[in-house]
Design a protein around this ligand. Sequence first.
Ligand code: ZN
Length: 132
Amino acid sequence: MSIQTPTIGSGQVTWDLVVVAFFIIWIVLGIGSSLFFWRIRNAALKRRVWPWYIWGTGGIFAAFTAYLMRTPWILAFVLPAVAVIAWLNVRATVFCDACGRTLWNQGFIARAKYCARCGAELYRAEGNNRET
Ligand SMILES: [Zn+2]
């Protein structure tokens, strides 16, 4: 039995336990978080979980990349990229208190004032008033 081994750069990926475990964790996290953030209508709960989820998955991704590349110094490039993406993700996502939906803000400078789904006014609840 042989599994096709993808190559990243010059290094070859070996399908060891860490790689298999990472993909299982990644898939479970992906499905679980999608269900959680789309189905759950509790804006306050999602607002608390969201930054942990984003920074957590960013950390897992960075650690896995360093493991895959077999070079810890790659983190010097991966960590800033992950940090920027995570920060943008946390910043761009708001949760409507009226309908509880997850909303991705399109504009980073001009923030949406009303929920695109139910039309309720956003940024009134504590913790969501990041309007500057
Ligand atoms: Zn709404």
